[in-house]
Design a protein around this ligand. Structure first.
Ligand code: APR
Length: 188
């Protein structure tokens, strides 16, 4: 009989989900944007988020005066279903000898830390840096799952972290990474 008094957080596995979909449609407290250092919008998921949020997002982003690679900054979500957008800037893949792994890990760590600071309980991530920034997908998904697992093992306030995959190939990569790193399937 589990002691109902103990508030031990459910294991990381129960708080991670991997889905295929469009991050701009996720009804979560915060979605993470794979931005560039200007924070003034772009293509890919950055463009999709700005289109869905509307022009007020760009107005608020202008006040932030950019963002360094690996760092994260937060804005409101405006017309998005999500209340917040956490903008982070992933590294451009340059062959793996320019600290890309650590910089990508920092994107996840800093985004999660910012979420905790704002009392965010549900958060959705795209596959940061795996599009225009050319980071190898399997390497990037392993970093993403490892960083989220380590954060959830220490943090009780986050209830759900969702990896939103824009393709079935990416979905399978994430499911494989979750199986290998956390130890089981964690579908929707
Ligand atoms: N929902 C979820 N994932 C998406 C969506 C979406 N609507 N649109 C794109 N993606 C996925 C891509 O398929 C890829 O797997 O997001 C991942 C990241 O790809 P990019 O958006 O290209 O981001 P990134 O590789 O980090 O490059 C960032 O691209 O868009 C510009 O302004 C951005 O300069 C920055 C650079």
């Amino acid at each position: 009989m589990e002691n109902s008094q103990s508030q031990t957080p459910s294991p990381a596995l129960n708080r991670i989900a991997v889905i295929e979909g469009d991050i701009t449609r996720q009804r979560v407290d915060a979605i993470v944007n794979a931005a560039n250092s200007s924070l003034l919008g772009g293509g890919g998921v950055d463009g999709a988020i700005h289109r869905a949020a509307g022009p007020q997002l760009l107005e608020e982003c202008r006040q932030l005066k950019g963002c360094r690679t690996g760092e994260a900054k937060i804005t409101q979500g405006y017309k998005l279903p999500a209340k917040w957008v956490i903008h982070t800037v992933g590294p451009v893949w340059q062959g793996g000898f320019r600290n890309e792994d650590e910089l990508l890990a920092q994107c996840y760590r800093n985004s999660l830390a910012l979420a905790e600071l704002h009392g965010i309980q549900t958060i959705a991530f795209p596959a940061i840096s795996t599009g225009a920034f050319m980071f190898p997908i399997q390497r990037a998904t392993a970093i993403a799952v490892t960083e989220v697992k380590q954060f959830l093992e220490k943090n009780t306030s986050l209830e759900k972290v969702i990896f939103v995959c824009f393709s079935s190939e990416l979905l399978n990569c994430y499911l494989q990474a979750v199986r290998e790193i956390i130890g089981a399937n964690s579908g929707e």
